[in-house]
Design a protein around this ligand. Sequence first.
Ligand code: TEU
Ligand code: CA
Length: 525
Amino acid sequence: MQDLSWWKHAVVYQIYPRSFQDSNGDGIGDLNGIRSRLDYLVGLGVDAVWISPIYPSPMADFGYDVADYCGIDPMFGTMEDFDRLLEDVHGRGLRMILDFVPNHTSDQHPWFIESRSSRDNPKRDWYVWRDEPNNWQSHFGGSAWEFDEKTGQYYLHEFLKEQPDLNWRNPAVKEAVFEALRFWLRKGVDGFRVDVMWLMIKDDRFRDNPPNPAYKVGQGSRERLLPIYDADRPEVHGLVAEMRDVLEEFGDRVLIGEIYLPVPRLMQYYGKELRGAHLPFNFQLLQCAWTADELARTIGDYMSALPSGAWPNWVLGNHDKSRIASRIGLKKARSAALLLLSLPGTLTIYYGEELGMQDVLIRPDEAHDPAERRQPGIGMGRDPERTPMPWDNSRQCGFTEGMPWLPIGDANRAVNVDWSRKDPGSMLALYQRLLRLRRAEPVLVVGQLTEMDASDGVLQFARADGKRRFRVIINLGEEARRIPVEAGAIAACTDLDREGETVNEAVRVEAADAMIIEMVGATLA
Ligand code: TEU
Ligand code: CA
């Protein structure tokens, strides 16, 4: 694997900086907090950290409203804190990926303050101004256009009005934002997760979006329309290729794109001759039903749709989606971990997933997330999956000496790191075991994925590379199953209690259990 780019065999760990570790008692996580927990990440066995936005921001959307692309928000620390963190990350052989939000800035960004100051300001065309709005809707509900009294025009905001969209058809905008990318790349940052990559170009004729025939009452207002003219526009791929070129100026840096699109359109973001994003994020496992049939179809369709030479990637959760353990239950979340760590390519783990953290119920009056506050009570709120990391069983679970910005939650206190480390059967022990196996068995990263089967509610597939062969068996049914297999030995299993057990002819797999079996005789079936 050595000659593979680092990111191809990496397991990335997403840190939501407000909720990982507080170091100054204000109840909000920060950079020095992250730095104090790097040994935990080394012990876990991950290879890189992706840190959600840490740039100066009024925090209208918790950092995804950037007021300065080349700074650090005092809430998270100083640039010196950042430089020390990056040094220590590299010092431990880890890589650092930064979140980057190019589609929109904060309305407090000097660029927008200038742009809205007058119609003939040189930066007017850095944003999207119109005399009349069209019917485009914000992702957080309501019109995507805000009227500016002073200059008598509307500006576009795909998210909050505090997040005006940049005009990426303006070369000056491109140059300025690319320069910000170079600022961090010069520092040694190893790559970027680019926010809403598929939204960066809009239809140049601002045509209305057509009605969405599948709209159901109770959904957000954006679901009323099909996102045809303000998302996934053909010209965006040229832009992604240019962004890639900027990273190529600095060698082996990775470009990850946040893209919520069906698989065939997602694959376009690898770009012509794979000159686009290295990794268009694959959110299939966040959206598919957790049954053997659905998983087999989802994994199979994604793998067969991959352009030749394109590198796959997988993730189970992030800071915008309900946590896997809350979506499918703690028991099945263990088999989900085994599935994730048996799949080919680059993987991402969302902080706390390795502990079995669950969503925390947040009372409406406690809600912080604008998605909840703007469209309350329809399940858009993301606070539940953004709660503090539980490190131990002390007052605030070691996350802060102060009052945490969001509650810890009793279920999460019960899986705190300290206890999980002492429990040989904990979710943490399972993740550590699977990450060790993956690091020791390159076939699990680069090997072929074959023999997919989903009969009787049991998902099975093989991973082989001509030298080594493993069979992955995941019982997603409610009953135990006797699965026919050739000779082999259990390399890992969800209950961590059958490792080394030899199997021949058949193996019993309990309901919701899963295992990876090292097959004797590595040749492909
Ligand atoms: O998310 C983009 C996105 O599509 C999701 O926000 C989704 O629409 C949303 O979760 C609906 O519930 C990215 C960031 O990940 C998210 O945190 C930001 O709020 C958003 O962009 C705007 O920057
Ligand atoms: Ca803090």
